[in-house]
Design a protein around this ligand. Structure first.
Ligand code: HEC
Length: 143
């Protein structure tokens, strides 16, 4: 009896920990995107534009971009997470934001070797607008 109770307590603690970590895990995945998204922005704003560096970052962004969207299991909000309940209440709208974002990232990466600077700028701006559009709808204030 005592042993069963102990196991139940341990399982509950492990379960709580898993939930407590999910917001942090997601935020970490989003922050990984910054490692490539930000240097591209700096290059475009302040120069110099280095094509080889840009291609490297565009490839890394393409790999990092889908990861956070695999981490939104239904209703996973915790003390750290800024996820709004609308993510799960309006799944079609959420999916649309995600799809638009991933398409914008793919477009940047697909043209990285050949696009002229004006096109790169436009594609980068489309990504930035997508970040903002989704945050406005689905990310709450910092906790
Ligand atoms: C489809 C929706 C969506 C898109 C697109 C999106 N984000 Fe987010 N982002 C979120 C949500 C929701 C969170 C909050 C996650 C949590 O706390 O559980 C978040 C969290 C973050 C965080 C973690 C730190 C914090 O303060 O919340 C960073 C950094 C971030 N996003 C940057 C970006 C950038 C940069 C882009 C575009 C390159 C982007 N995001 C695109 C929805 C999105």
């Amino acid at each position: 009896m005592m042993k069963k109770l102990m196991i139940a307590v341990v399982l509950a603690a492990v379960g709580m920990q898993a939930v407590a970590g999910v917001g942090e895990d997601r935020q970490r995945s989003f922050k990984k995107m910054l490692l490539s998204y930000e240097p591209i922005g700096v290059m475009l704003r302040d120069g110099p534009f280095r094509k080889d560096q840009f291609i490297k970052h565009a490839n890394a962004l393409k790999l990092a971009a889908p990861v956070p969207f695999t981490q939104f299991a239904p209703g996973t909000m915790d003390d750290v997470s800024r996820a709004k309940p609308e993510i799960w209440q309006q799944p079609a709208r959420w999916k649309q934001e995600e799809t638009r974002f991933l398409q914008a990232v793919s477009a940047l990466q697909a043209g990285a070797a050949n696009d002229d600077l004006a096109t790169v700028r436009n594609k980068y701006n489309a990504i930035s607008q997508s970040c903002k559009s989704c945050h406005d709808a689905f990310r709450g204030p910092k906790k």
